[in-house]
Structures are given as C-alpha cells and as structure tokens.
Design a protein around this ligand. Structure first.
Ligand SMILES: Nc1nc2c(c(=O)[nH]1)N[C@H]1C(S)=C(S)[C@@H](COP(=O)(O)OP(=O)(O)OC[C@H]3O[C@@H](n4cnc5c(=O)[nH]c(N)nc54)[C@H](O)[C@@H]3O)O[C@H]1N2
Ligand SMILES: Nc1nc2c(c(=O)[nH]1)N[C@H]1C(S)=C(S)[C@@H](COP(=O)(O)OP(=O)(O)OC[C@H]3O[C@@H](n4cnc5c(=O)[nH]c(N)nc54)[C@H](O)[C@@H]3O)O[C@H]1N2
Ligand code: SF4
Ligand SMILES: [Mo]
Length: 688
C-alpha cells in the first residue's frame, strides 16, 4: 500500500493573494496541488497559472544541475558541471573581485520569482552572505515603490484597509487595478458587497476583464489620475460633503490642501484626463453621498512619471470623506505595511563591514554600463529575469554582454537572462523547500512545508548560500543558520501583530491571521505619521525634498507633446491573464491559452489612421527598440492608447518584448519604473 500525505504550503509568487495550498503526496511524489478551502481568503481556489504548478515544475526545460557557459554571452550554450565545481568557480571569482575591486563590485540582484522570507525576495535570501563580503545593496523597486512611498506620505505606512472589508463597502472604485486577472480572490469580497447593493466603478485606460464587469468604466489618459482625484475632491467639497469632524481631529494641512483642491475644478481635470466633465462630476457626487466608499488601487496607475503622487493624492480622498473611520471605507492597496516580520533579523545588516551603495533594480542597464567606483564586476541574479522584465531591454543586453562581468543566475528555467550567465545554479521551487510567506493583499501569514524532495541536484537558496559560504571559507556563524533558525529569527518580534505567532503554531496551523483586531480599522486610533494624523501636508515629504502637498505631476512621455508627434501612442503593458511576470513564459499550455503571439490592442481610430486591420502583424517601436505583435482593433482601448501585456519571454516572441521600448527612468517618488509611461508608434510589418 502506498502512503498519501496532504502537505500545507503557500503560493510564493508576486501576487497580492498569497494563496494557501494543499499538496497531495503519494509515495513521495506530488500528485495534486489545490487551493486550501479552509483559508478565508483563498477559499479553495488558485488561479489559471498556479493550477498548473506541478506540471510547471516538471517542464522539460527545468534546470536540474549546475551549468557553466560554453557559448558566447547570450547564446545559451552550457555544459553540466558538479556543485563542487560551480561553488569553487564562484568562490574563486568572488574572492578575486573582492580583492581587486572591493565587495561593492558585487551586485546581488533579487527578483520576485519567490517572495518567501527564507528563499525569496522578502527576506533577501542569502543577504547575510553578501553582507559579509561587503557587496552593494539592491533596491527591489521594480514593482510598487512609487505608490508605497506616496501612500506612506499620506497615511504613515503603506498598509491601507483590510481588503476583506471591501465586502462592507457601498461604493467600490477599482482604480488602475485589474483584479480579475492580477489577484482575483478580492473579487469575492467585491461580489459580496454588490449583493448588498454596492456600485462598482473601474478607472482604467483599457477596458479590462475587470472594467467590463464594473457598473461603470472611466477611461482616463494614462498618468493623469492625480488630477482626477483632486477634481473628485473638488466636487465633494463643492457639495459641502467633507467630514469636518474627521478633518479637524485626524488630519494635518487641510486648509492648504483645500486650496490645492480648488485648483482642480472638474473642467480642468476633464482636459487633463480626457474624461468628460459631467462624468467626473457624477462620480464626485456619488462619492459625496455614499458611505462607506472604498478605493482599490494597486500597481497599474503608479508606473508613471507622477505615479507616486497619484497614490498619495488618492489616499487623501477617504481623509476628506471620513471613510477611514468606517469598516468598508478607505484605500485598499498593499497590506505589506501591516506585516511586521523581522526582516532585519534575517538580513543582519550588522554583518556589513561598512555601509555600501544601493543599486536600483529598475536600472540594471545603467548599473552595468554606467556605474563606476567600482564598476559592477559580479552580478548574482536570484529569482529575477531582467532581460524579460526590466526597462530598457537592449541596454540590459549590452550590459550583460560585458566580457569582464561575472554573472551567476539562480533560476529553475532557462530564461533569456540565464542565457547570459557564466554559471547557472538550479534552485528548488516552493513545494520543494521550506518558507514563510505573507500575501500583500490580506492579513495572513503562512508556513510552507516542503512536500517533496528536490528534483535532480536542485538546492534551496538558503542551502546554496550555506555551501557557498563554506566554499569561500567564511567563518561568520550566522551564515550557517538552518532554515528553522532563520524562520525563528523572522518571527521574533515585539510587534503586537505577531504576538502568539510562533513557528510551532504556524507550522501546525499552516496559516494564521496576524494578531490584529477584528474588524481591523488600521487608522482608527490615529495614523503612523510624524503628526499622528493623516497628512495632506506631509512632514516626511518635506524632509525628503518632495512637495509639501499632493498634486498632479505630468512630465512623463505620455504628457510630452513634442514626443507625441513622433510616437503618438501611449503604450500600457499590464498583467497578462495566463502569465505572472515572466514566470510561466515557457509553459506550453499557458502560452497556448494566451495566444501564440503577443497582441497589441488599438482603437479603431488609431488603426484606421495607420491602415491597420485586425490580425495584422505590426512592429511597436520607439528610439529604444521595438517588438512584434498582432493588432487587435477594438474599442476596449481609448484612442491614443495601445494596450499589451507583460510576461512573454523575448526569445519565444521574436527576440524582444514590451520592455524593449520602456524607458529606464524613475517615478517621481521612490525611484520606481515607468512601465506604462511609454510613447510608441505602431506600423505594419510588410511581408517579404
Ligand atoms: N495574471 C497575472 N497576475 C499578476 C501578474 C501577472 O503578470 N499576471 N503580475 C503580478 C504583479 S508582479 C503585480 S505587481 C500585480 C499587478 O497588477 P495590477 O496592480 O492590476 O497592475 P497592472 O496589471 O500593471 O495594471 C492594472 C491596470 O492599470 C491600468 N493602468 C495603466 N496605467 C494606468 C493609469 O495611468 N491610470 C489608471 N487608472 N490605470 C492605468 C492598466 O491598463 C491595467 O489594466 O499583479 C500580479 N498578478
Ligand atoms: N512591461 C512591463 N514590464 C514589467 C511590468 C509591467 O507592468 N510592464 N511589471 C513589473 C513587475 S510588477 C514586476 S514585480 C517585475 C518582475 O520582474 P522579475 O522579478 O524579474 O520577475 P520574473 O520576470 O517573473 O522573473 C522571476 C524569475 O524567477 C524564477 N523563479 C521562480 N521561482 C523561483 C525560486 O523559487 N527560486 C529562484 N531562484 N527563482 C525562481 C522564474 O523562473 C523567473 O525566471 O516585472 C516588471 N516588468
Ligand atoms: S498567483 Fe496569486 S492567485 Fe495564483 S495561486 Fe498564487 S497567490 Fe493565488
Ligand atoms: Mo509586481
């Protein structure tokens, strides 16, 4: 008789939902992986991508042993080597670089392949090792730093309301977010609210799956949301619907901010956003008369020149209406500001011999080609695929081609980035290793128990760095902590939200709601800002050299009239339904569902102006590069906007993807990327 086990784990992907899963293991083999029905947020369902996790783990291009490059950089030709050979070569190269250029010439480049606290980005797996070497720091700013910085300026943390409380809202505004694709579990709570009569509005330049399901859809010109937010507050204040008591007792700078709001009457916002004035007025009136109103705003609207300010401004709206004090009111963005796992205990910054520079994840091309003192000599890529995911693809390729650069890539699959590696190391993936996870769209922590033994010669990231430390002869005891010791360190915190959450308990129960009141009104007792109030006038912003008050910031490519003459279309490359970043880029079944070739959506007006017809092959280009796609002529994008998705592997889509045209440029706050602030032209590819 065989044995059957059910092992609890958690999805490690960069998705707000942080699902809890159950792996069925029969005779040591994982035979089934399903959503955990007992988890209040997952409720038994995973998603189009992760339903195929086990099949994904067994793909033929899974990397199962260390490899050394034999072809040219970028070619992707490798020979199999042993772990001892790989570790020895890495140790020798890193030692040499530390001796001649100093530790800062090493850049550990963590990506979002796993968000685990032990094996992935949240705990910067291996950071202790790099700290002992004195390596450069890595700012993982690729995703949501602009919005987090903006929201923090207003609220004091990037936490927001508990997304489960959307079930109690009467008006839900889905702002620059596409949950039915990018994190669908929140939809159940939105549906619960709808059944109780809630009205749902989507604000998105593209009519996404989500916008299609909403009661109303507003399609702004990309990058103009702060102007819309200010005009909505203008309407609310015009009706006298502001909550004077809340403003007096819980906010800072209202009189000044009120003047800023007065600068944005709906007519002005209509000109900036391209949304009809009467539509703006109607939404403002609806917010004014509906309590509680909740705004769900995630990443889409912050990938813009003024994206940080957009989120900072939007977080002010519930301050004006007083929604922050109501269950079902406020702004639901990321809950990460509420997660108090002790990352400091994991990364041990005290191991750094001296403070070092911090390099920007979103500016890899610059980091490899333009940074000096010292130049980057070793790039250690851990769960990232920058050739597919990071702005300015062609510049990144030039950087990775440098012959004097030593590149190590730890990835389970042979991505475009792997093709440039000198040494490739095979990591385990989630159901093969232990980890702690926290979704950034809910209030639960999870323990991920390894369900099966690693395939081939794969090693967990933690074990890889323990072996590397040994290969380099490093004596710091903290480099040899076991996974269990690391997990204990992560959970050791005095913060009340972690009280009673021990490793033992987490292991036993699989997932635990953080120790916060139920219902959780995070700002009921004040805001974690310097003043203890919601700050329209932000002390932190002033301290950081930013404007004192929220405002609409233009200045990106979308608002550049001169550039618009050469590149008339604003390209948005958002989450694709059957992919997650580039994670599943080589999965045949998911690729088939997504369509063999990338699609770019154009409005009839823009297609006609270029003589393009549905289904035609086109080149989407600007001065930085180009990618090929098939045109879909549709009224689902507003005129002037071209819509596509992220996540395809360049080498499986004609050599490039939308990041060939995206600029390596910072958002206004936090230094994030500007994926959706990209001007392009689209032209037919003529048959030869
Ligand atoms: N299926 C799937 N799920 C995913 C991912 C994936 O790749 N695929 N990626 C994961 C990751 S890493 C993240 S960060 C999240 C991202 O998920 P989301 O937060 O949903 O972000 P995006 O998909 O980038 O953009 C959301 C919407 O914003 C719109 N948008 C773009 N610019 C603007 C603007 O200026 N204003 C407004 N109002 N809207 C705008 C886009 O058209 C898009 O429909 O999803 C996660 N989940
Ligand atoms: N044009 C455009 N580009 C975008 C975006 C956009 O909206 N538009 N969105 C951006 C966003 S939100 C994000 S978060 C970034 C993500 O950018 P990245 O962090 O680079 O994420 P991925 O491209 O998914 O690459 C993750 C890699 O990790 C590997 N991996 C998976 N599991 C593991 C593991 O357990 N261990 C290790 N070592 N590796 C693993 C995967 O195989 C994959 O190759 O992309 C950004 N890129
Ligand atoms: S990608 Fe998101 S929705 Fe899918 S299983 Fe993971 S956490 Fe859940
Ligand atoms: Mo992301």
């Amino acid at each position: 008789m065989g044995t059957q086990l059910k092992v609890l784990g958690a999805c490690p992907l960069d998705c707000p939902d942080g699902c809890s899963w159950v792996v069925t293991v029969e005779d040591g083999k994982a035979t089934k992986l399903r959503g955990n029905p007992d988890h209040p947020y997952t409720r038994g369902a995973l998603c189009a991508k992760v339903n195929r996790w086990l099949e994904h783990a067994e793909q033929p291009n899974r990397i199962l042993h260390p490899m050394r490059r034999v072809g040219a950089k970028g070619e992707g030709r490798f020979e199999r080597i042993t772990w001892d050979e790989a570790l020895e070569e890495i140790a020798t190269r890193l030692r040499g670089i530390v001796d001649t250029d100093g530790g800062e010439a090493i850049w550990p480049y963590w990506g979002t392949g796993s968000l685990g606290y032990l094996q992935g980005l949240e705990g910067y797996s291996g950071k202790r090792f790099f700290n002992v070497l004195g390596a450069s720091g890595h700012d993982p700013n690729i995703c949501s730093v602009a919005g987090a910085t903006g929201v923090k300026q207003t609220l004091g943390n990037a936490g927001g309301m508990d997304p489960e409380d959307l079930a109690h809202s009467k008006l839900i505004i889905l702002w620059g977010t596409n949950p039915l694709t990018s994190g669908h579990h929140v939809w159940k709570f939105i549906q619960d609210a709808r059944q109780a009569g809630a009205y749902v509005v989507a604000i998105d330049p593209v009519q996404t799956r989500t916008a299609k399901q909403a009661d109303e859809h507003l399609a702004p010109i990309p990058g103009t949301d702060a102007a819309l937010g200010l005009a909505l507050m203008n309407v609310i204040v015009g009706l006298g619907a502001q909550d004077e008591e809340f403003l007096r007792d819980h906010t800072l700078g209202w009189e000044e901010f009120r003047e800023r709001i007065a600068e944005y009457p709906p007519r002005r916002a209509a000109e900036i956003t391209g949304i009809p004035e009467e539509t703006i007025v109607a939404l403002g009136e609806r917010i004014a008369r509906t309590r509680p109103t909740a705004i769900r705003a995630t990443q889409g609207l912050q990938r813009h020149a003024g994206g940080g300010m957009a989120l900072r401004t939007i977080a002010c709206i519930p301050g004006v209406t007083g929604d922050w004090k109501l269950r079902g009111g406020g702004l639901a963005g990321s809950t990460s500001g509420h997660v108090k796992i002790d990352v400091w205990n994991l990364v041990r910054m005290d191991l750094l011999p001296r403070p070092t520079r911090v390099l920007s994840m979103s500016r890899l091309g610059e980091g490899l080609l333009e940074v000096n003192d010292p130049p980057v000599k070793a790039l250690f890529v851990i769960g990232a695929n920058p050739v597919g995911s990071t702005p300015h693809q062609n510049k990144i390729r030039r950087g990775l081609e440098r012959e004097d650069l030593f590149t190590v890539v730890m990835d389970p699959f042979s991505t475009d980035t792997v093709d440039y590696a000198d040494i490739v190391l095979p990591p385990t993936i989630q159901h093969e290793h232990a980890d702690i996870n926290a979704g950034y769209g809910h209030m639960y922590l999870a323990w991920n128990e390894p369900a099966v033994a690693p395939p081939g010669e794969c090693l967990s990231t933690t074990e890889t760095f323990r072996r590397l430390a040994r290969a380099m002869g490093l004596t710091e005891p903290a480099l040899y902590d076991s996974d269990e010791q690391l997990a204990e360190a992560a959970l050791t915190s005095d913060h009340p939200s972690l009280q009673g959450i021990t490793l033992d308990r987490l292991r036993k129960e699989g997932f635990v709601r953080m120790n916060v009141p139920d219902p959780f009104l995070p700002y009921a007792d004040g805001f974690p800002t310097p003043s203890g109030r919601l700050e329209f006038r932000s002390q932190r912003a002033i301290g950081g050299g930013y404007p004192a008050l929220p405002d609409y910031i233009s200045g990106g490519e979308v608002s550049d009239a001169k550039l618009a003459r050469r590149f008339p279309l604003a390209l948005v490359s958002a989450a694709g339904h059957n992919s997650l970043n580039t994670m599943f880029g080589s999965n045949e079944a998911l690729r088939k569902r997504a369509g063999d070739r990338p699609v770019v959506q154009l409005n009839e007006v823009d297609a006609a102006a270029r003589d393009l017809t549905d289904g035609q092959t086109v080149r989407v280009r600007n001065d930085r590069g180009s990618f090929e796609a098939i045109v879909e002529v549709t009224d689902r994008v507003r005129p002037g906007v071209a819509g596509t998705t992220k996540g395809r592997w360049p080498k499986l889509s004609g050599g490039s993807n939308p990041n060939a045209v995206v600029d390596e440029r910072d958002t206004d706050l936090g230094g994030g990327p500007v994926f959706h602030d990209t001007r392009v032209e689209v032209e037919a590819v003529l048959a030869e």
